[in-house]
Every structure is written in structure tokens, then in C-alpha cells.
Design a binder for this molecule. Sequence first.
Ligand SMILES: [Zn+2]
Length: 273
Amino acid sequence: MNKLKIIFLFFAIFYFSTVAVATEFSQQSGDFDYDYIFEQGSVWIDKDIITKKDPSSFISLEFIEEKQIEWWDQRTWKINEEQYENINQKIFFNVFIFRAFFEKSHDILIRVNSEFKTQKKAKKQAEIYAKIYGQMPNFLKEKTKSLTIHKGNFGWLGGNNDVIIYTNLSKAHSEEAMIHELSHVSLDFQFSGSVDKNAWRNAILQDKFYITRYAYDYFFQEDIAETTLWWFATKCKPNTISKKNYDKVIKHLPNRFEYLDNQDYDFYPVVCE
Ligand SMILES: [Zn+2]
């Protein structure tokens, strides 16, 4: 599966579930017919915006129970040429549930698919992603209740207070993918996040540019998540991206960046500026 396909799948689950809402924000002639900066999805441009060396607020895990839950797993979706036949369908599966604790942010549940077989192996997976989650700035954690971890090489999904993780997706991009998905969880107005829909729409209209082709193609669903990663990179981690890319995004997205700058976000444990 090529990268664009993976990127598309990042948010497919919620693209289809929010079609009714999307019409309200839909394209009008001359309105959203703008340009974009990067051809690829924003997660893939630079894999080192956050790395293993960055601090994490993760403290510890506590095993709660093994039980059956009903949630999504896109490995069960049947995809034909044109459409997803059973997209957005939840299934029942067993998980090992852990509670994860963090400094200066609320605890969350980590639900590891029991296909990982033993509690010990499941805990290992929970630890990997709890540490990455702990590296995320606190403003992205506000609405998270859980992470759900599956095997497989699929794009991650964010929304409904949860991030769905596939452990075989490129590890180098895990931190960047986590920023993207948590932006859906905590900022995205599709999930009652903190970003104001009209203010964001106005910022798009004024910028007349999108961060990526993915944001351009699915602007209602993806613009916030795609843009937030690069705003964060320019604001808090400018040395991790090239000067050329830094200049490009600063030049083309000033209104969205100003909106995010003005939100008084809590960046802990990231030291920003
Ligand atoms: Zn997305």
C-alpha cells in the first residue's frame, strides 16, 4: 500500500461518518479552490519533529482487566474499487485494559487487542504508546479517554476521544501521527473540539493555501489535523524542519497560525519558544 493510500485511510472512518455535516462546510466556487504546499500528507514530510529523545510525561501503567469491547478495526472493512462496503462498522473484540498515568494531565485507558496474546506482551505495547502519548503537548490531550492498539500496517485513526493505533505502521512517524490524530480528538470541531469552526473557515479563506494535498482534498475533515502538526513544528521545534519548509508554511498559513497562537495552549512537557 503506498503512502497516499495510507494517508487517505488516516481519517476515512470519520470522513464517512461526517458527510452530513460536511455539506455545511462544502466547496463554493472561488471559495476553497486554492493551492497547497506539500504533495504528501503532513505526517510524512519530516519524521523527526518529535523523537524518542524528547521528554515524556508518562509515569506508569496499571492493569485493570481483560474484557470485550465494541470499537473500530479497519482490518475488518471490506474495501472494493470504489467504496468501503462496511466502513465505520464497529466490531467486538477482546482487549487487555491498562490505566496510564501522566504528570500534569489526566490518566487514560490503553486498550490492547488480545491478539497480542499475553498480558505481558500487551503491556509492552501499551508502554511504547503511553510514552509517545506522554510526549504530546497537553493541549492535544484534553479530550482523550483512551488509546486502542491493534496489529497491522494501517493508518491510525483519531476522534471520539480515542486514537486507534496500528503497530506495524512506520515507527519513525509514530510521534507525528500521534499529533495528527490527537488534533482530531481534542481540537477538531467535527468531534466538538476546541477550534471554532467559523474562525477556522475564515482563516482558510484568508490564507488561500493548504498545508498538504490531503488537507486540500478533505479540508473539512483534515485541515485542522494536517495544519496543527506544522504549526507546532514551526512554533516549538523549528530546528527539526528545513529552513525552506519553515519559510513556506509561515508564508502561506499566517491566519491559521495566528488563530492557534492565540489559544493560550498548555504545551507541557514540550518546552516551546
Ligand atoms: Zn486525519
